[in-house]
Ligand binder design. Structure first.
Ligand code: HEM
Length: 418
């Protein structure tokens, strides 16, 4: 298990997963295991105006909820644990993550065509060039902060390039991503809205320029996209940009750092990958399963219904705890063991398989595959060199710093920033 805390004595009747103390060491897998066995689903009572929610921890239940958007709505009350999420509910309804079909389908179609595995594969050389530069920048020193120097930078540079924002502005993207992640962790919709408004201000100049000179990038795609014969509004463009930036950054970063951490902690698993690039795609699936960096999304029942034989009343909130689904023993034998040779590990890192299933999953897997191919080839002996820190969050499994040392090597790239 990842957590070092002892949760065996916790009273599930009074357990409240909005209490962040359960998440200080990451997802509380011990609690999730007990919930799967003893309280599935689990009713999480809340005080004040918030009505509480059902927590689902079994793979099959999460899948059933996710695949039935007509019964389980994202738009009705948002996708967070309470009405206080990363942004106000009215704003979230304007982002694809918080929409229901048919509006969701129409908006998703704008980007679906860009994120196909086939088109993503054409990005492999660009991604490898970025990874080469990032490793070059640290390899002679024999030390780095893996999170800050590599895991943060890779998805940031990739998504900045795809969106079509100048690489010099990527610090700004990093800060907005962190604000949105922090807003989700602390249930501070005002902070999230503030970040979106800053993004809107920033985009005004870029969209004007791109309208005059369309380019082969996602901002131009958003500007020229039409839904039912109408262009997207400025607000829709801002929110779409915001979700692509946030979803493309934080998650990939957290899988990369959590995945490397698991490899360092389980050296026998790492040795299976050194000199064996063919094993890496499967290992990436196991890292996704192990880290499952997005902890949950919620839905709201549109009518009286049932999940796994359990009645759910109209208006009740249901929460899908993805790391719990990824470690459901019904789906993977010995799920609390990190095993890169596990064949086709079953996980819910990208969601439960419904219409909101991660749009960027092919891109994320490509980035992670190329990154670990290069890490296992060039710096296969990374070791921890200082305290590992994390964001305390019930939404994001996020390391903020992981200092490492390794045998110094030589640069391989041209030295230009990809
Ligand atoms: C390891 C990396 C990633 C993980 C673990 C991840 C995880 C997720 C999850 C759990 C969802 C919600 C699924 C649901 O509600 O059913 C989601 C949605 C989404 N992801 Fe990812 N994601 C990752 C990378 C990316 C990347 C690289 C992009 C590209 C820009 C991206 C774009 C999106 C978008 C746009 C949505 C909303 C889709 C919708 O509502 O239809 N994600 N992702």
């Amino acid at each position: 298990m990842t957590s070092t805390k002892n949760f065996t004595d916790i009273d599930l009747d009074t357990l409240d997963l909005t209490d962040l103390s359960y998440f200080e060491d990451g997802p509380p897998h011990e609690i999730f295991a007990r919930m799967r066995e003893e309280a599935s689903p689990h009713w999480n009572a809340l005080t004040g105006d918030e009505p509480g929610f059902w927590s689902f921890t079994k793979f099959a239940d999460i899948q059933a909820i996710s695949k039935d958007p007509a019964t389980f709505s994202s738009a009705r009350a948002g996708v967070f644990l309470t009405t206080r999420g990363a942004t106000p509910v009215e704003v979230l309804r304007e982002v694809i993550l918080g929409m229901d079909p048919p509006r969701h389908t129409a908006q998703r179609n704008i980007m679906q065509v860009v994120f196909t595995p086939k088109l993503m594969r054409q990005k492999e050389n660009d991604i490898r060039a970025i990874v080469t530069t990032l490793i070059d920048d640290v390899i002679e020193k024999g030390e780095c902060d893996f999170v800050k120097d590599i895991a943060v930078e890779l998805p940031l540079r990739v998504i900045a390039g795809m969106l079509g924002v100048p690489q010099d502005d990527r610090r700004q993207l990093f800060e907005w991503t962190n604000k949105l992640s922090h807003a989700a962790a602390t249930s501070d919709p005002e902070e999230g809205l503030g970040a979106l408004m800053e993004i809107g201000g920033y985009l005004t100049g870029i969209t004007a320029e791109r309208k005059a000179n369309p380019a082969d990038d996602l901002i131009s795609r958003l500007i020229t996209a039409e839904v039912d014969g109408e262009s997207l509004s400025e607000q829709e463009i801002t929110f779409f940009f915001g979700i692509l930036m946030f979803a493309g950054n934080d998650t990939t970063r957290n899988t990369a750092s959590g995945g490397l951490r698991a490899l360092i902690e389980n050296d026998a698993e790492r040795q299976k990958l050194v000199g064996n690039p063919a094993a890496i795609p499967n290992a990436v699936e196991e890292m996704l399963r192990w880290v499952t960096p997005v902890l949950y999304f919620s839905r709201t029942a549109q009518c009286d219904t049932e999940v796994g034989g359990h009645p759910i009343r109209e208006g009740e909130r249901v929460v899908m705890w993805y790391p719990a689904g990824s470690r459901d023993p019904q789906m993977n034998a010995d799920p609390q063991r990190f095993d890169v040779s596990r064949q086709k590990p079953m996980h819910q890192a990208f969601g439960g398989g419904g219409p909101h299933f991660c749009l960027g999953n092919a891109l994320a897997k490509l980035e992670l595959r190329v990154l670990f191919e290069e890490l296992m080839r060039r710096v296969p002996d990374m070791q921890f060199a200082g305290p590992i820190t994390r964001l305390t969050s019930n939404f994001s499994n996020e390391l903020t710093s992981m200092p490492v040392t390794f045998t110094p090597g030589t640069r391989e790239g041209t030295g230009s920033v990809a």
